[in-house]
Design a protein around this ligand. Sequence first.
Ligand SMILES: Cc1cc2nc3c(=O)[nH]c(=O)nc-3n(C[C@H](O)[C@H](O)[C@H](O)COP(=O)(O)O)c2cc1C
Length: 322
Amino acid sequence: MPEMPTLTIGAKTARLPIVQGGMAVRISMAPLAAAVGRAGGVGLIAGSGLTPDELTAELRTAREITDGVVGVNIMVAVRRFKELVHAAIAAGADVLVVGAGFSRDVFTWGREAGVPVVPIVGSVRVAKLAERFGAAAVVVEGVEAGGHLGTDRPMLELLPEIVESVDIPVIGAGGVVDGVDIKRTLDAGAAGVQMGSRFAATVESSAPDSFKQLYVDSVESDIVIVKSPVGLPGRAIENPFARRLAAGDFPPIDRCVSCLKECGKDYCIIDRLVRAQGGDVDDGLVFAGSSAARIHDVPTVASLMERLENEWKAVSAREEQS
Ligand SMILES: Cc1cc2nc3c(=O)[nH]c(=O)nc-3n(C[C@H](O)[C@H](O)[C@H](O)COP(=O)(O)O)c2cc1C
């Protein structure tokens, strides 16, 4: 039976080439990230929308659960980016994944602390720039992904171009939910995959049951693009709130705490993500990738990781025989 390859980022090696994507606000917290790290993947706590103290506490909790690979994902667009990065480094994050914008400084902070920095990229140009600044790896996120989108191109179209143009590991994200998708992504030259939606619908995810059920019930036509004040389009499940946004009916902002460096102020995205995480999946924003329509259950992380590995092995063995 073929063995799944490992994934090395900087000095850390995960037994499986599976990164659980950071999911804000409060979807990928210590329970999920630690479970993924313990199962042999790379678990990421989403720092965006947390205070530095909250992030520190989450990392400490994760560390009590596992000595597997656990890192942090922070959006460059958040105003407290620098504080959150420093909190993550101080609390012992194994890796820093940064998306929604580009920061030169984070490479310096990571280098000084010996923590690998992995930016999320959507083009060859940005991937090369990231490598030049010292990225340990890059995540190539395609248009299928849940959350904010930096490209309109499918991951499997973009990935080979980036694999060709850089010498660091490339991790494919967007539309990966099973072992067959993982095989296809690794065959296209990726060193690993990053999966968000699939992990949002697991037992250990901090999404409420109503959020996970929307994933399970969704069909392809339910996954839509929404406007985000971050300045990038976002991918989410269609619900009354997404329909409101599509009609240009933006809810007024009750209280602005200037959480983003730049905000279109059409509506408060943090408020809407927090509502969804709190269980209000009608008036909240439910981020999800296009492949949420292929998710039909809410397994534990351990059983999901075992299933992904087995599916990868089965398809690899079949291909070896043919
Ligand atoms: C609910 C949800 C929240 C997300 N939040 C973030 C985030 O805070 N920062 C980030 O860089 N990516 C975020 N993402 C993107 C994921 O980390 C991951 O790259 C993406 O989900 C991959 O596509 P997939 O959903 O098709 O697996 C989010 C995705 C989802 C589904």
